[in-house]
Write a protein of this length. Structure first.
Length: 63
């Protein structure tokens, strides 16, 4: 039997320093290039997927 959380937000990568979360780590970056690079690296490390929320935030999600 396989029990556990399979889908969850692992992290957020944001250009906007006003983003807050009480349960998910947020990585703040200064440029779009650094945002994309950071999101991809976190996704590789966690085996997650990057989703652009189109508001200056990328979400890394495990599916």
């Amino acid at each position: 039997m396989d029990i556990g959380i399979k889908e969850s937000i692992v992290a957020l990568v944001s250009l906007n320093k006003d983003v807050i979360s009480s349960s998910v780590p947020i990585f703040f970056v200064d440029s779009e290039e650094k945002q994309e690079e950071t999101a991809i690296l976190i996704a590789k490390i966690t085996m997650g997927m990057v989703h652009d929320l189109r508001n200056g935030v990328y979400a890394i999600v495990k599916h």
